[in-house]
Design a protein around this ligand. Sequence first.
Ligand code: ADP
Length: 653
Amino acid sequence: MARKSKKFKTEVQQLLDLVIHSLYTKKEIYLRELVSNASDAIDRLRFESLTDDSLLEGKSDWKIKITADKKARTLTISDNGIGMSGEELEQNIGTIASSGTKKFVQNMQGQKSDDNGQFIGQFGVGFYASFMVAEEVEIITRRAGAGQTAFRWVSKGAGSYTIEETEKPSRGTDVILTMRPDMDEFLDDWQIKSCIRDYSDYIAWPIVMDVTKTEKVDDKDVESISEETLNSMKAIWKRSKGDIKQEEYEKFYQHITHDFSAPMTEIHYHAEGTTEFKALLYIPEKAPMDMFMREGRRGVHLYVKNVFITDDCRDLLPDYFRFIRGVVDSSDLPLNVSREMLQDDAVIRKIQKSLVGKLLGRLKEMKEKKSDQYMSFYKSFGQVIKEGIHSDFDNQDKIKELLLFASNKTDQDKPVSLKEYVMRMPSAQKDIYYLTGENLSAVSSSPHLDIFRKKEFEVLFFTDPVDEFMMQRLTEYDGKKLIPIDRGKLNLDGEGESKGTDKADDKDAPQNDPGDLKDLVELLKDKLSEDVKEVRLSGRLTDSVCCLVADDMDLNANMERIMKAMNQDIPPTKRILEINADHPVIQNMKKILSDDKDDPRLGDYAELLRDQALITEGSSIKDPGKFAKLLGNLMAGAPNKEPNKELNKAKKA
Ligand code: ADP
């Protein structure tokens, strides 16, 4: 293959611009990223060679070598790992595979912030970090296995790169950086050693460097070169807890996550008995950006007897703990376990059970003893934990205790747990009430709350999209039912089955005689038959004029909106319009109706009622233009005290 010059994909160039112009101060992390890639490459070959040892070509003296050449101003990071084919080279280095990274790059466009650097690595932009310090980067790589061709890739990070075939006697990858003029410090032995100690000490393979020593022999300076190993290679999870400093836990967390902040907390234990394993898990401080993306990264690395197996063992933890980072090292799995075998492995299942138990226990303890820390945890990860209510039946009761909710009786920063809710329920209240909706301001001004305010009952607010799904399983707590207040008929006295909200048989119903309003209800039914299933007098409204209620088995407005957002094809469901018989608007309409049943305002008002109800539940209205016009007419002073006289006169004239 002759040398080819190629353009970077747009998003790669954007990323490079971001990296190069980033004001990020910790430029030395480029070395951590390259060493980490080198270590991954060795891990991968090590793993693949378990089933195909010809890949090793007889050599398994794993190592990562760093060579600084001050005269040429180059720094080379070499590994004898898996290497890359030409295709892989272009695929891996010329494109951005993860959509999380793409999104990140788009978000960061045009921003120059110190924070940008925090994300380097977390989004797999690791290799590109080398352009922070290098004016040119060269990669020489040959894939492991006999008969593989070597390739050379070169770029200055500005728009394009070249790729061509080359010679490389041994497998693996050399990354050669030609340093920028102001980056000399990174060629310094001492600086390199300190970077490795700080960021890469836990790498499981030796990171070596040739060190020149000058000794006096017979009064003459004699230089000798020796190879020095820079990292300790100690597996921190194998050490006992008491011997590990907090700082070491933090460094290791940063090493496996590429995160710069410290973790919120760590959980380190050795399990013995039927399954033996060592686990070091971390709860991060902040949620990773790809937490809600299907291909988002998972965080627990699996080792078998100290040999790295995979960083993508999805079965080690359930989905609702996907933000947990760390390492599990099992001595019960065979070394040559394949990734496929892990999917339904009994040992993995046992480990999972133990990890979940530990995590839930730790969270419970945090909630009870460190409520500030728990609040911050819950802000970042509460939404994900809630998925467990739906997916982890065995632990549902424990997860319920971890939930926190806003309500009509809480301050925003002091959400309530189910336990506290039950403790402060007035004795007249039998069930637990909740309202789902798009956001707090929408639910807290909902007309559905009227009667609860009057009775001083607490209503939980559920505003995460996942809440609707969670509520399909969260139907009971401490022997009390969870009741949505926006559906069916309410039975706030808890005396057996609901008696319905028709005024005649409900003491919460309005005080006006329903017989009085029969005609109006019929009229509304007639005018709105296309939009609502039924019209009835409400037992839940005290201040508001009307609201929409879902029938017992139907989707409510919030669920309908969520399903639509998920591109689900759902048939439109009609809801029930409830009106407040005591409200002046309803009284006024009643009067208009009894004066002249053909008064054209009745149709307009019916539509206005419907639209108000839609707006308060957070739905969109059918014809906003018309709504604005009708409202405008009212505001311009259309007569409504003496309803029909003016109009009737005009009509007759
Ligand atoms: P990340 O390592 O987070 O995936 P990078 O941009 O650092 O992102 O690397 C992109 C990909 O290039 C890696 O996933 C890997 O497949 C490949 N790669 C990088 N460095 C090496 C290396 N030294 N040996 C083999 N493959 C490598």
